[in-house]
Design a protein around this ligand. Structure first.
Ligand code: SF4
Ligand code: FES
Length: 363
């Protein structure tokens, strides 16, 4: 509801300034003094629409933006809002009053045109910033697609778009399967639940709005940091932020990967081939390896699919992720995404579903 009010108020404000701006330019280039005075009078009356619209858009935007401190689009919008408000109250409103009084008195002197130019410049600046805010708002609500998603549309490139405070929108995904390898219905475009509250899992039913889902990382999130474990013949690179902590690595090769030991990765305790085989099996892309003199490499992701784990996350392979919160060193097309809504490291699963004993039937 707040999102809708914010969007409507923002669009009304934008259209009001646009109409003031174009009617001013038109009347002063082509119109008579009477027409200019009429337009100036209408603009003053139009302030009764513009000011409340801007106040509502600003207040609702700030209130919603307070929850969104790590999404670049939200941060940019919040920076623009005070400038738009100051521009409106300190330049546009006094200018409109001044210009209306001069035009009504038939005085079109140097002062009139100086203030008129100032008003047009300030109006153009506000139109630009408000236009950018509308674009960013559309991006945040998923109505404008991000670049990878745009590329996917019209092509067969599979992509997942992690929507801010909303679902994962998957496009061109050839296979959606459950943990028993049963094929689930996959559409060319489908919204998958990541708040954990949908009654139609794994698909989104809009419940993220009902539960006021917050897709930010938690304050106690893991640091986005790649740690390097040097060995004589192979180096292992690990970003804990991406790890889903399912423990495949330690189950397969405990001498190298042992979470109870420090350092927890000892690359000299097995052959490079055995370590590469484990990294190839890491579902999250948290692990990479490099051989002497070479760059770090990820495991090959294989064929494109999303596996919906029972009472757990989405395991994704061969599909690009589009998100405002990609981690350092993340595998571009192999990762494990939170489905329960409780991960501290969203959009990645951090194993919290296990800690809280999340059950997909619970909600
Ligand atoms: S996600 Fe990768 S690094 Fe994390 S526990 Fe599983 S196998 Fe190990
Ligand atoms: S599914 Fe949410 S933390 Fe793993």
């Amino acid at each position: 509801m707040k999102t809708k009010v914010h969007a409507i108020a923002g669009v009304i404000g934008f259209l009001s300034i646009l109409s003031f701006w174009t009617s001013t330019l038109f009347s002063e280039i082509f119109g008579t003094p009477e027409m200019i005075a009429f337009v100036k009078n209408m603009i003053l009356w139009g302030m009764f629409v513009l000011i409340p619209a801007m106040a509502i858009a600003g207040a609702s935007g700030m209130s919603m933006g307070a929850k969104r401190t790590d999404a670049p689009a939200a941060v940019a919008k919040k920076k623009r809002m005070p400038i738009i408000a100051a521009n409106g109250l300190l330049i546009l409103l006094p200018s409109a009053v001044f210009l209306e009084s001069r035009a009504a008195a038939g005085i079109f002197d140097t002062w009139f045109y100086a203030i008129q130019v100032l008003e047009l410049v300030a109006g153009a600046a506000n139109l630009t910033m408000m236009g950018l805010n509308i674009r960013d708002g559309l991006k945040m609500t998923g109505r404008v697609e991000s670049a990878p998603v745009r590329q996917a549309v019209g092509s067969n490139v599979p992509v997942i778009d992690a929507r801010d405070n909303g679902p994962l929108v998957a496009k061109n995904v050839p296979a959606l399967i459950d943990s028993d390898q049963q094929i689930l219905q996959a559409k060319p475009v489908m919204a998958l639940c990541r708040c954990g509250a949908s009654k139609n899992k794994p698909y989104c039913d809009g419940s993220h709005n009902r539960v006021d889902f917050d897709s930010r990382r938690a304050s106690e999130r893991t640091r986005d940091d790649v740690k390097i474990y040097d060995g004589e013949h192979i180096t292992v690179h690990y970003n804990r932020l991406i790890c889903s902590h399912a423990g495949e690595c330690s189950q397969r090769l405990k001498p190298v990967f042992d979470a109870d030991r420090r350092p927890w990765i000892e690359p000299d305790n097995a052959s490079p081939e055995d370590i590469i085989a484990v990294i190839d099996a890491c579902p999250s892309g948290a692990l990479r390896y490099s051989l002497p003199g070479e760059k770090p490499q990820h495991a090959a992701s294989g064929s494109s699919s999303i596996t919906v784990e029972k009472d757990g996350p989405y395991r994704v392979a061969g599909i690009q992720l589009s998100s405002a919160r990609l981690a350092k060193g993340a595998n571009p097309d192999m990762f494990v995404l939170c489905r329960c809504g409780a991960s501290k490291n969203k959009p990645y699963c951090d194993g919290t579903h296990h800690d809280i004993n999340w059950r997909e039937e619970d909600r």
